[in-house]
Design a protein around this ligand. Structure first.
Ligand SMILES: Cc1cc2nc3c(=O)[nH]c(=O)nc-3n(C[C@H](O)[C@H](O)[C@H](O)COP(=O)(O)OP(=O)(O)OC[C@H]3O[C@@H](n4cnc5c(N)ncnc54)[C@H](O)[C@@H]3O)c2cc1C
Length: 407
């Protein structure tokens, strides 16, 4: 029997999990605008000089080697449903029996004016390097002028990404930047802005309290119940009418599906692909959705969270579903197995919650390090990351604080 032709749009967590799980049971083609997978959970460490950027990028062709799959660099621009083909921006037309849409998400501005113009998103290696350069360039200005100018770095969003970013910034300033030029470092203020009453609302209140305390120890100013109304050049405006000067504004307040899904003539619902619990797109049984752009729901009836374990579990599940279709077997419904949440605040400081089990402190921190290394793709990347982390740990330094976005 001929193998089904499976075309996967997006070579991120979900797309590559699908390809790996299908292995040699399908004729696989992965399409992505980048020729590498980005390990998004460590972007904040690139942005704060903790690790080198290339440690969190893995070549998609390398990931596909075991499956015998092909890779096309490009973006889909349309689907021909009658002939079951997808057209790329290169004008290539690729036929499929099954199409898997796993194109992830982009920074969400929630309609707030100025976010895209004045905020720095953190959804790609390029954006992380821009944040790093912006902070380091402003720091160099502080070192040069040596006056009482204060540099305000504001992180918006009190979820794990915002908390990790703010904590890592606090460590960068208190450690390496302080050692380089103490006066300049003491003129930098870090703010973490959150609309809700607390950071990390997905964790138990006791873990949030610990995280907030650790952030404050690192010099992070917490601004809770502070909904952002708009961003403008050098300023952040709040819903209560107040404003604050802000020189660097990192937007970590949330994500929404990749806008590319709206070009594919498939149904959408609530900014996601309209998806059955079988992970098929409604009315299109040969098209599957995986990861951040998929509209599958949890037992509470709400969309599943846009996190890597959901994308990977859905990828493996869709691979099994495609096998079931090939064998003429009945399809199953996707059920997410939530293995818990974790976030790190800094050296020896992290929190983990697995159902009722709550862990914090060094054990949680080592657990966080181990799991991130485990899921990072590629031996070279793991060795590079261990080298950077060990260097940072032993020397209290950060070797990657270069400004590399200019000639
Ligand atoms: C800063 C940050 C930190 C995070 N931290 C965590 C964490 O600690 N733990 C956790 O579980 N989750 C974390 N997440 C979320 C997690 O990374 C996502 O849920 C996961 O990547 C979703 O997988 P995916 O396959 O749906 O999308 P992705 O992994 O984003 O892959 C999507 C792929 O599609 C490609 N693509 C998109 N649009 C196009 C297009 N038009 N043409 C061609 N290719 C396209 C992209 O290049 C990308 O390779 C974090 C996310 C961010 C942004």
């Amino acid at each position: 029997m001929a193998k089904p032709r499976v075309v996967i749009l997006g070579g991120g967590f979900g797309g590559l999990a699908t390809a790996e799980a299908l292995g040699h049971d399908a004729d696989i083609t992965v399409i992505d605008r980048n020729n590498y997978q980005t390990f998004l959970p460590l972007l904040y460490q690139v942005a704060t000089a903790g690790i080198a950027a290339d440690h969190i990028a893995y070549p998609i062709r390398g990931a596909l080697r075991k499956t015998g799959g092909r890779f096309h660099m490009g973006s889909p621009i349309s689907i021909d449903h009658k002939n079951k083909t997808v057209k790329l921006d290169s004008s290539e037309v690729i036929p499929f029996d099954h199409l898997v849409i796993a194109m992830g998400s982009v920074t969400a501005d929630f309609g707030i004016p100025g976010v895209h113009e004045f905020g720095l998103g953190m959804k790609s290696i390029h954006e992380s390097l821009m944040i790093r350069s912006e902070i380091m360039r402003r720091y160099e200005d502080l070192c040069r002028f040596q006056d009482d100018t204060r540099l305000k770095v504001v992180v918006v969003g009190g979820g794990p990404t915002g908390v990790e970013m703010a904590g890592a910034l606090g460590e960068l300033i208190k450690g390496p930047l302080h050692h380089d030029q103490a006066e300049a470092a003491s003129n930098i203020d870090v703010y973490l802005v959150e609309a809700g009453a607390r950071v990390l609302p997905m964790f138990d209140q006791s873990l949030t309290d610990k995280a907030q305390k650790e952030l404050e120890k690192l010099g992070v100013n917490l601004m809770l119940k502070s909904a952002v109304k708009s961003l403008e050049f050098g300023q952040i405006n709040f819903a209560d009418g107040s404003s604050m000067r802000a020189h660097v504004m990192v937007w970590a307040a949330g994500v929404t599906s990749s806008p590319a899904i709206y070009d594919l003539s498939v149904p959408t619902e609530g900014f996601r692909l309209k998806t059955e619990q079988t992970m098929q797109i409604t009315n299109y049984p040969y098209i599957w959705a995986v990861g951040d752009c998929a509209g599958a729901r949890g037992s509470n009836g709400r969309f599943l969270p846009q996190v890597a374990p959901v994308a990977m579990q859905q990828g493996r599940f869709v691979a099994d579903q495609i096998r079931r279709v090939s064998k003429g077997q009945a399809l199953k419904e996707f059920l997410y197995k939530d293995k818990g949440s974790m976030a790190t605040i800094g050296r020896h400081k992290a929190i983990i919650q697995v159902k009722k089990l709550k862990i914090s402190g060094p054990i949680a921190w080592f657990g966080w390090l181990f799991l991130h290394l485990f899921y990072l793709m590629g031996g070279r990347n793991r060795i590079g990351t261990i080298a950077d982390w060990s260097w940072n740990y032993l020397t209290f330094d950060r070797g990657n604080r270069h400004i590399m976005d200019s000639l």
